[in-house]
Design a protein around this ligand. Sequence first.
Ligand SMILES: Cc1ncc(COP(=O)(O)O)c(C=O)c1O
Length: 409
Amino acid sequence: MESSPARINASGNPKSRIVSLRLVARLSVQYSFSMGQHATVMKVPLLDLQSEYAELRDEILPALDRICKTAAFVQGPEVEAFEREFADFCGIKHCVALSSGTAALHLALLALGVQPGDDVITTPNSFLATAEAITYCGARPVFVDIDPATANLDPRLIERCITPRTRAILPVHLYGRPADMDPIREIAARRHLRILEDAAQAHAARYRAQRVGSLGLAAAFSFYPTKNLGAYGEGGALTTNDDAIAKFARAARSHGQTARYEHEFPGYNYRMQGFQGAVLRIKLRRLHAWTEKRREIAKEYRSLLEGARLEMPQDDPRDECVYHQFVIYVNNRNSVITQLAARGIDTAVHYPKPIHLQCAYSSLGYPAGTFPNTERACERVLSLPIFPTMTAEQANYVANAVLEVVGKK
Ligand SMILES: Cc1ncc(COP(=O)(O)O)c(C=O)c1O
């Protein structure tokens, strides 16, 4: 959709009139640099759920209408069908649909036997929910620094943190890049620890040809709307090959019920809504193609940014990263953000502050400097736009703008 030119100042703010919010993806406008030159600006959002909806609308609306007509608002046939389809997709026996990824982490930890007084080893370079789920069980998150090459938990640092209180290891496949599971599994087997994968950002990713979600005893997925497989509201799932874990999660998500009004234990209200099951089924059918698109854009970014003055996490060629985020590491991040914004490019920071330095976890007593690789990553990380409906033109534009802003090595 084209529009008449608007003047935008160097900080990206409209100078003379308000730019319509609808101008998200393919808007080209003229703007002026402070030095007076003119350049073409392409608006590139971080992700574009509106254009995705435009493609899906004709399938989504009748599916939602079916839910309303059958009043299957909570769980119901669409959710059950999604559970079967997502389990098949992951190549795993059970998928238990839940109300969020956080709920999935919580129930999975409970199912693994995590209880008050236990320690769970995890990464401080994640969204807070990873640690919160441990706290919900009355256990303590024990952080281990990341490998700066991958931004994921460094397996070489795990063993020194294991104590008699350690019950489980919780690696996160951050940005859609699988954590290095072989050494983690080796340590867990030798030290009798359980593994829960936080796969909230990694739908369809593969570690050594095996899909994430089946690399530990259980895994937690999030279907938050911005995720690679996103619902139209909150959603999550626990996956496992273990019958007892699945049985526990099915009861726990619905007040501990094993049959209607038969409550075996006090559980939770962690059920998935019918609408979300219907939407997720429609989107799951596109996930392969969407993932390929993300990987193509990432490949393009990587080759165009090769000589730029920045770093990127490494991909292991044996794995398949699904690029929930495409991150770079830059110096002077705020200035880079401002200059990209002036060129019409949205960016984000995942995450600006590691979990151990959050007020919420100050009582754990990890001072600044405890996890230098994580802290340095949080100071420099920057997420660039990446989404399945992104055009090659947009990816080129973003990469060239980044090159222009950060310079060459
Ligand atoms: C790594 C990670 N873990 C857990 C979660 C929690 O998922 P949800 O928001 O669905 O509760 C998220 C969501 O942002 C996440 O990114």
